[in-house]
Design a protein around this ligand. Structure first.
Ligand code: NDP
Ligand code: GDR
Length: 329
């Protein structure tokens, strides 16, 4: 029997890589797409991976329970991956209520839609290392206490706990992946890695002179999205639902990540970076470093891409795209 997977957030970075992975495994892949999104622009990631014609997109919005119920009843999915969110931390201070509605409360919408429409399905919730916030332990595992530092992280905590609660209350096969930062050439341009690789490519091609950044002393545990969606799938293949940290176990400053990008393009970083307080956040997460030993042991998961390889791949992709777009060669 062909398995059916339903993805929210299919037009985002992880949705695109996960759709590609699942199609490769022979799944029928369905994705929720909001009409307020401009199709053609918003599914550019699926096109970049060459899978846009192989997925079936259905109108819906995470904030609209009726649309989710209809979709779940129509698709009858075996697996549901809830990836949709207002996912940009900096925006969550500017749009705290929207962030709460979509990143927090709407997780209950998706769980309710599954409980009513497809109670036998398996559910994945996209939880986040941002939930650790103000760090309580040098390496963060499933047992580390949470201390959220942004409206986004507060919202993700609700999503995390409502998933655990539905598992414990209703016996649903619901798992939560506490994923540390993961990036790719398909990363949104507002996130720091992509902002840097796009900026470096622009400077290299003479399209820009400087790159304005905020707190470059922040440290993150960065991996490749392609590796991380594999962990999502593995979680739903387990007999028993559970929560897992997914991380590389290496932390790097934004400054050193920039160093990799500038060096790869043969540019002098000090000559181009400008620190702009506009990009400082009201409260910062200074450092994240994940302990993914549980996922490694129970799922047999391990990351396959180093930060060096990841950033070089992103710089190359941005150079290629901008060269094409600007007609520079
Ligand atoms: P993106 O920001 O790239 O994608 C977010 C997706 O959510 C988009 O497809 C967007 O659709 C969709 N979406 C937003 N609002 C709604 C809505 N109201 N109804 C339906 N869909 C909506 O995120 P990523 O792919 O990077 O991340 C996937 C998930 O994992 C998110 O929940 C994120 O918070 C979480 N996460 C991400 C990490 C990372 O490092 N990437 C780490 C840990 C957790 P549209 O195209 O229409 O805007
Ligand atoms: P993050 O990712 O907030 O960790 O959330 P982001 O790339 O936005 O920031 C990482 C760190 O870089 C610092 N920084 C800047 N960030 C941005 N975006 N722009 C800048 O100019 C800049 N300068 C410095 C930030 O202050 C921060 O410390 C991501 C998202 O994908 C979440 O959805 C996800 O849950 C977490 O990762 C894990």
């Amino acid at each position: 029997m062909t398995k059916r997977a339903l993805l929210t957030g299919i037009t985002g970075q992880d949705g695109a890589y996960l759709a590609q992975l699942l199609l490769g495994k022979g799944y029928e892949v369905y994705g929720v797409i909001r009409r307020s999104s401009h199709r053609g622009v918003e599914d550019h990631r699926l096109r970049w991976l060459g899978v846009a014609n192989d997925v079936q997109l259905l109108d819906g919005d995470l904030g609209d329970l009726s649309s989710l119920l209809r979709i779940v009843q129509e698709v009858k999915p075996d697996e549901i991956y809830n990836l949709a969110a207002q996912s940009f931390v900096a925006s969550s201070w500017r749009q705290p209520i929207l962030t709460a509605n979509i990143t927090a409360v709407a997780v209950a919408n998706m769980l309710e839609a599954m409980r009513i429409g497809a109670p036998g399905a398996r559910f994945y919730q996209a939880s986040s290392s941002e939930m650790y916030g103000l760090i309580q332990e040098p390496m963060q595992s499933e047992k580390t206490p949470f201390y959220p530092r942004s409206p986004y992280a507060v919202a993700k905590l609700y999503g995390h706990w409502i998933t655990v609660n539905y598992r414990e209350s209703f016996g649903l096969h619901a798992s939560s992946g506490i994923l540390f930062n993961h990036e790719s050439p398909l990363r949104g341009i507002e996130f720091v890695t992509r902002k840097v690789t796009d900026g470096v490519a622009r400077i290299k091609l003479g399209l820009a002179k400087e790159l304005r950044l905020g707190n470059i002393d922040a440290k993150r545990d960065w991996g490749h999205a392609r590796d991380y969606v594999r962990a999502m799938w593995l979680m739903l293949q387990q007999e028993t639902p559970d929560d897992y940290v997914v991380a590389t176990g290496v932390t790097t400053t934004v400054r050193d990540m920039c160093r990799i990008a500038f060096a790869h393009a043969g540019l002098d970083m000090e000559a181009h970076i400008v620190i702009d307080p506009k990009f400082y956040r009201p409260a910062e997460v200074d450092i994240l470093l994940g302990d993914s030993s549980k996922a490694r042991a129970a799922l047999g998961w391990a990351p396959e891409t180093s930060l060096d390889q990841l950033i070089r791949e992103m710089v190359d992709a941005d150079l290629e795209r901008l060269t094409r777009e600007s007609g520079t060669r």
